[in-house]
Design a protein around this ligand. Structure first.
Ligand code: SF4
Ligand code: SF4
Length: 252
């Protein structure tokens, strides 16, 4: 079945959505006075924490880091912290920075992750947005080649910038991640410190080497996962979070 789509400009995707940013977009967001939320998830080098089918995609957008006596792949997302309407959304639901809006704003409602199929009912776009406009997806294929180029650019930035984001997090003391699929850790760094860290790493030709002290710790939802990670040699948090929030993906 074909999927039609035409944006109706309702502004819902610009409200209560933390918009993932590339490194240069995060730098600009900070320079404009916006806040950036840092989200971290990880899985073990042996693949524990990630479904086999998603392993290649997940690994390519992650950075190999030490955790205890083993290694893990950590994926870090810098996102515009949008609680309520985005700071760039005006009273007419128009974007004040439309010409330079982030890549992900140009891609919505498509998914970046190739393992997440587009489900109109899971998106903020109202039903009539899916009942008009050109064929958007035909036989599972996205028809808009420009859109596909933007999606690929976003995926490529995730891959290219994984190490730099890890180095920035190291400067900011961000070293605890959730296990992929179990949740996220979420940090709201001081934006002046964030801007300095991004500038420093952006100007570094070679990323600083990671020491064992700069390894990552897992924060998990329950003792079973904690035991499995510890058995594999990974470091697991035992204290309550000081500088982050754990967002569980487990059903209560
Ligand atoms: S930057 Fe513009 S397009 Fe992106 S969420 Fe904000 S208002 Fe919407
Ligand atoms: S939620 Fe959908 S229809 Fe509404 S502005 Fe965003 S992309 Fe357009």
């Amino acid at each position: 079945m074909n999927t039609q789509f035409s944006c109706v400009g309702c502004g819902k995707c610009c409200t209560d959505h933390h918009v993932p940013l590339t490194l240069s977009e995060a730098k600009q967001w900070a320079a404009d006075g916006g806040n950036v939320i840092v989200l971290a998830e990880a899985f073990l080098e042996d693949g524990y924490g990630v479904p086999a089918l998603q392993h290649t995609h997940a690994q390519r957008r992650s950075c190999l880091v030490p955790s205890g006596n083993t290694n893990a792949y950590v994926a870090i997302t810098f996102a515009a912290f949008n609680v309520g309407p985005c700071r760039n959304l005006d009273a007419e639901n128009l974007c004040r920075i439309y010409e330079r809006r982030p890549l992900v704003c140009r891609i919505y409602p498509m998914e970046i992750n190739p393992h997440i199929p587009l489900r109109p009912e899971a998106k903020d776009c109202p039903p009539h947005a899916w009942e008009q406009g050109p064929d958007f997806i035909v036989g599972g294929k996205v028809m808009d080649t420009l859109l596909m180029t933007l999606i690929e650019a976003s995926r490529q930035a995730d891959r290219d910038e994984a190490g730099a984001k890890d180095a920035i997090c190291n400067l900011l003391g961000i070293r605890t991640a959730a296990l992929k699929g179990d949740g996220f850790t979420a940090y709201l760094p001081d934006m002046a410190a964030f801007a300095i860290a991004v500038e420093e790493i952006s100007n570094t030709a070679t990323l600083p080497p990671l020491s064992i002290e700069s390894g990552w710790t897992f924060h998990v939802s329950g003792p079973d996962i904690a035991d499995t990670l510890r058995s594999a040699g990974a470091q697991v948090a035992i204290n309550d979070p000081l500088n982050y929030t754990f967002i569980s993906l487990k059903q209560a």
